[in-house]
Design a protein around this ligand. Sequence first.
Ligand code: NCD
Length: 307
Amino acid sequence: MRSVIDVLDLSVEELDSLIKTAVDIIDNPQKYAHICEGKKLATLFFEPSTRTRMSFEAAMYELGGHVISMSEANSSSAAKGESVADTAKTVSCYTDIIAMRHPKEGAPLVASVNATVPVINAGDGGHNHPTQTLADLLTIYREKGRFDNLTIGFCGDLKFGRTVHSLINALSRYKNNKMILISPEELKLPSYVKKDVLVKNGIEFEQTTDLIGAMPKLDILYMTRVQRERFFNEEDYLRLKDSYILDTKKLEYARDDLSIMHPLPRVNEISVAIDDDPRACYFKQVLNGKYMRMALILMLLKEAGTI
Ligand code: NCD
């Protein structure tokens, strides 16, 4: 059974085809409005979420399908000690496809091995978030028209930010991209991502603490929230949380064609004064995420022979 746990589970050709489907959904929504009639998506979210969960749900409804979900993680049998494997086997009896978010790295992988329906990783701890990457890729495609020859600045919590890890993985498969990794010392990109992804693929990258210095070079600035829930102590979080705040003054150093991205939720990292700047793309990412999740659900249900 085909699941998507890591963005690398999708080939470059499949990413292209998902983008093509998403663009077709945007242009011809009525063509897709009944494809999943009578089918169900289960959302299993063991961590907070607004966008990811609601966009999966909206995606399934807009395909004509239904959604079932747990009301809250601590109201499910996980609170009684049920394993992820047993939950996955159980929920497979009720649904055609599962979207799972879990605080433990690897939990959606365990679910996918035990489920009898496709499982989509909707974020696992500080590890991966492949469907946010799909949202990011459609945004980059619509803003820049390409995935190569880009200079991308990743700024903020590069250590725990799973959306950063997944997007770096995805963009490392295209030619001539350059990554500028902007973070405090303590929140640098994990060395496994650096070695296994950037170095292995021969990607040019630099690490810096200087956002303003990097700004003029960037085609894309990917801001992130400091991931409070992954810190071992509150003091460190409080010290680091406002390391980078993008405001109109800093934006003076940026190019006119910069695309400002953020997976959201935003805490303080981007001043609301920037929301009306034509370079701000973060609410476009939200909408693009729904279309890409529709495309992904369709792809997996077709492969499973469900539709
Ligand atoms: C991200 C996540 O959950 O990793 N949110 C999202 O899904 N758009 C980013 C974050 O929580 O900071």
